[in-house]
Ligand binder design. Sequence first.
Ligand code: NAG
Ligand code: NAG
Ligand code: NAG
Ligand code: NAG
Ligand code: NAG
Ligand code: NAG
Ligand code: NAG
Ligand code: NAG
Ligand code: NAG
Ligand code: NAG
Ligand code: NAG
Ligand code: NAG
Length: 637
Amino acid sequence: MLRTLPVLSFLLSTLHGSIAQNTSTLPDVLDAETIASLGNNSLFTRWRPISHFSAPAGWMNDPCGMMYDPTGDEYHLMYQWHPNHIDWGNISWGHATSKDLITWTDVGGWEGNDAESLVTGPVGSYNGLGIFSGTAQPVNLQGEQDGTLLAFYTSVSKLPTNWRIPYQNGTETQSLAISKDGGRTWQEYENNPVISHPPEGWNITGWRDPFFEPWPEMDSILGQSEPHWYAVFGSGIKGVGPRIPFYSAPANDLTNWTFLGALWEPSDNETLGDILETSTYAFNFEVSNFFSLVDEDGDVHYYTLFGAEGGNTTFHPRAAAGLWNEGIVTRRANGSAQFTPVAGGAIDSGLLYAVTSFNDTKNNRRVQWGWAVDELNQFVTQQGFNGAFALPREMYAKKTRGLINANGGLTTKGNNRVVEHSDGTYTAYTLAARPLPEVVSGIRNGTTQRNYRSAADLPVSSPRILGNGSDHMEIKATFRNVTGPAGLTIARSPGGEEYTTIYWDPSNYTINVDRSHSSTIDNIALNYTVVGYFYPYTFAKTGMEDIVMNVFIDGSLVELYINDRFWLTTRIYPGRTDSTGFGIYVDGSNSTHAEVPEFISWVGTANVFPERPLNSSSQLVFDTAEQTNNYTWWSGR
Ligand SMILES: *[C@@H]1O[C@H](CO)[C@@H](O)[C@H](O)[C@H]1NC(C)=O
Ligand SMILES: *[C@@H]1O[C@H](CO)[C@@H](O)[C@H](O)[C@H]1NC(C)=O
Ligand SMILES: *[C@@H]1O[C@H](CO)[C@@H](O)[C@H](O)[C@H]1NC(C)=O
Ligand SMILES: *[C@@H]1O[C@H](CO)[C@@H](O)[C@H](O)[C@H]1NC(C)=O
Ligand SMILES: *[C@@H]1O[C@H](CO)[C@@H](O)[C@H](O)[C@H]1NC(C)=O
Ligand SMILES: *[C@@H]1O[C@H](CO)[C@@H](O)[C@H](O)[C@H]1NC(C)=O
Ligand SMILES: *[C@@H]1O[C@H](CO)[C@@H](O)[C@H](O)[C@H]1NC(C)=O
Ligand SMILES: *[C@@H]1O[C@H](CO)[C@@H](O)[C@H](O)[C@H]1NC(C)=O
Ligand SMILES: *[C@@H]1O[C@H](CO)[C@@H](O)[C@H](O)[C@H]1NC(C)=O
Ligand SMILES: *[C@@H]1O[C@H](CO)[C@@H](O)[C@H](O)[C@H]1NC(C)=O
Ligand SMILES: *[C@@H]1O[C@H](CO)[C@@H](O)[C@H](O)[C@H]1NC(C)=O
Ligand SMILES: *[C@@H]1O[C@H](CO)[C@@H](O)[C@H](O)[C@H]1NC(C)=O
């Protein structure tokens, strides 16, 4: 995440005497003046996602420590957390567990700070100012599965830190924490930190978020005779370029990490391809992943995920972008691995960031989570929390045969790695991801499902509203023979005062989420149109593929999936409780038409924290000057 510079907050006084209010007394139509008069937490349930993972209250950011523990037969998911604040600070790990990845239980309970797992040590110690992100594995320090859980995280002893400012030597080190009771309590490893210095000679922009795994394929590539574990971090070299430093440790000693080298050497803000399609590598990487996936033919593909900080904001106004790359991996002369990118793009074209993954060993699949910050411009204290995770997504290496290079879009350096055949067709490889099928079924439990067959018969040539749902719902709609901008209208009020449109524009292969009318509340939230690149496949035999839009609306959170190859997460904050209408959007101004052979809605998606009350707010507490060294570590609001 962005570790912002400290700013003395003007809002400190608004946090005094915070008292949770009964949200049921809120008017159905909110305006800015009314909200400004409300106390802390009074909007807690108004736009709160319930079908997505979130902290009980307060600020959360990156997913951390996801793993399947075979001993307890349960999944763990932790997160960067500042329990009693709506802003980042004193960052620690919160923790929840699940038997099925559908419903979750706060470890220690949902109240106050009870769900904290790893917490900062005394100020002045190696982890006194922050437990930054990291990952976890169900093994002991010798790499054995004996019920022990092992977390690898970045310990922070100096602040502030940000890629734009001078790096204070010693800010970040890398540390281990151990749990002997299935994650209920954690102990710091006695010889922390286990990596005390960044790579020799690197004038770093940052150096954090260890991602570590056993990796037999990498042992073979590097010619290791003994099994090793591998780790990557997010980093960068000032004035040179972002970096993913690569480390290994003998499989029987996960305290002994050796720096091997950087995976590749991009220059500052270099791009793989066109900025709209691939974004830029920017200046600093965060939350990096490096893993392999096997395609349907048994061929191994190597991928990185990373958050790129400081990139070009022309199409992606957020200065932090979550990206993926596929690369060719070879052994370097010095024994390290060389990653040469061959394809890549946005891992989410909206706001999802710090996208990380783990090997779900129970199901042998790679599962991804990412962080969706709130986009409120104001009134965050009234909301009382900030952040949620997108649905867990299974990533896989997708191979598609029999394609033609329609308009040249298949062979651009970007989303697809292609092989051309003698008959003029292409095979394309890309990174695909879909929400975990059992999680989708799980949150559909209890919904009202409706199939709108009426939409299927005719080409639609003007917008039509099909139904009324709720602010916790899913839509799946298939578009065919689209001749102009077409897609969905969601979150529409009966009088049309508020609505959000999601459409594909075939003229430039863009997906657009127009939020300019998403809320009648003045300046409530960011309202720019979110834009991403989606180039549909065209088959030599059957023409262009259908465009299947799958949207999950959950409070303010809107998550869009298209054909397992496009993902966009964004936020809307409608002012009215009746803004739940939905339907088909076509740009009526340009004789656009579209066939919509399938349109299904599921209304009333499930709550994934059944043991928490819907209002799990905590009293907001701002830190004292003493706790924050006069707000030089964080703004303390
Ligand atoms: C940072 O600290 C380490 C050890 O504490 C030292 O070896 C290194 O020279 C320092 N680097 C700078 C730039 O001061
Ligand atoms: C590190 O980079 C900063 C910013 O570019 C520069 O001012 C500083 O001199 C560099 N330090 C070293 C040791 O190269
Ligand atoms: C750490 O691992 C390296 C090989 O990766 C090995 O050469 C070295 O002896 C190990 N150090 C210790 C203290 O075991
Ligand atoms: C990279 O950054 C430099 C300095 O900010 C800027 O001049 C240049 O246009 C950028 N290039 C791209 C492709 O964004
Ligand atoms: C960002 O990218 C756009 C489109 O390629 C380009 O026009 C613009 O100059 C870039 N901005 C910067 C700051 O480099
Ligand atoms: C998960 O780990 C197992 C070894 O424990 C390995 O065989 C498998 O290939 C991995 N799966 C993925 C999807 O990475
Ligand atoms: C659906 O939810 C109900 C509780 O609302 C639960 O009893 C039932 O087991 C769930 N069914 C499935 C398939 O998850
Ligand atoms: C409208 O249609 C024309 C002709 O097909 C096309 O050039 C133009 O890009 C379209 N405009 C939009 C907004 O789709
Ligand atoms: C795509 O084309 C439309 C016109 O159809 C235009 O309004 C929009 O700005 C274009 N998007 C991008 C990212 O170029
Ligand atoms: C969008 O937000 C900006 C402020 O960020 C505001 O000036 C503008 O009026 C908003 N647009 C609409 C349509 O509300
Ligand atoms: C719709 O698309 C299909 C295949 O993509 C094509 O066969 C059919 O002719 C198209 N129909 C119209 C009305 O364009
Ligand atoms: C904070 O600043 C005030 C006024 O400058 C000073 O009196 C106080 O000692 C400072 N406190 C700390 C903890 O540095």
